[in-house]
Design a binder for this molecule. Sequence first.
Ligand code: CP3
Length: 344
Amino acid sequence: MSTVVHKPMLATVLGQRQERPPVWIMRQAGRYLPEYRETRKQAKNFLELCYTPELAVEVTLQPLRRFDLDASILFSDILVIPDALGQPVRFETGEGPILDPVDETSIDGLEKGRALDHLAPVLETVRRLRAAIKPEQTLIGFCGAPWTVATYMLGGRGSPDQWVARKFALQHPQAFAKLMDILVETSVDYLAAQFEAGADVVQLFESWALNLDDAAFALQVMEPNRRIVEGLRERIPNAPVIGFPRGAAGNLARYAAYTGVNVLGIDYATPLDFVRSALPNTLPVQGNLDPLRLVVGGEAMTSQVDRILGAFSDRPHIFNLGHGIVPETPIAHVEQLIARVKGR
Ligand code: CP3
């Protein structure tokens, strides 16, 4: 006889409000943990950490050993996709990711056919995690959404305004469309493989959904995200998807409706009353504490945690930060945050 295990996070993704919201922390494995910094030394570089299942499983599990989290997120990076397509990515300390930018001709040289083979170690990590985590914990897979990944592929690095990629999309619409096609197809294959390896849900990180006018938002963000959700569900029926279009602001409601994501990730700059009025209360939301409040702790943190809990108490809500946790975060504050969300 099989017993059905209740996974509060997955249930919330599927639209069931919980008495207390489930909680996980964006970028929960990482440099704020001393044990992460130790394990990191065992790899030559950051991508080797992502491509070594033994180490990637270890760092994924580290936050789960310390904190009462409802979900585990695969340890990898959004930039493994360009790396897998034959555009090598390096991470330099203090600099972030660096790539040799693609242009309108070199886009044709991207090697879609080799991507999944290259990502096989990440899929092995997912399989091992499935076996390692508690049954009531939800396993989250992810990829970067096409526009966000393209900003790095075209710009060669992170930038405050995504100038190079935004200009490229306007100046070279056909080459840009080709790049989006490659990224959509590779992302569908990669996410479907993550489900097959044991992921319960996947998140699309659209971290650079800001700085776009409405036509660019439609073409560069909404359309590719919708194509991923649809393509994925042709392969994995009803595949649960969290969309996180950071900075989407006034475009949030139409992003949710158009793409068909199950859950909308909310960044910390989005007003709570706007979310309440603009989004149907049947739509699950995830977020949205400012990571800086977690750094400072105390009243600066607890007052806003309580406001978020109050604002979303009438809808399915997954508590999270409104962007990634930062390295200077005190571990004690993370413990206090989780206790507060769980009502302890
Ligand atoms: O959440 C998790 O614990 C899973 C792992 C994860 C990482 N990156 C590990 C990582 C996830 C989900 C990501 C997503 C990611 N990566 C995003 C989207 C989320 C967001 O923050 O907007 C983006 C834009 C990236 C690209 C990226 N990776 C940048 C810009 C950097 C450098 C900045 C930095 O924090 O150093 C990375 C490196 C990176 N990815 C680290 C980690 C733990 C730090 C690398 C190190 O250990 O030296």
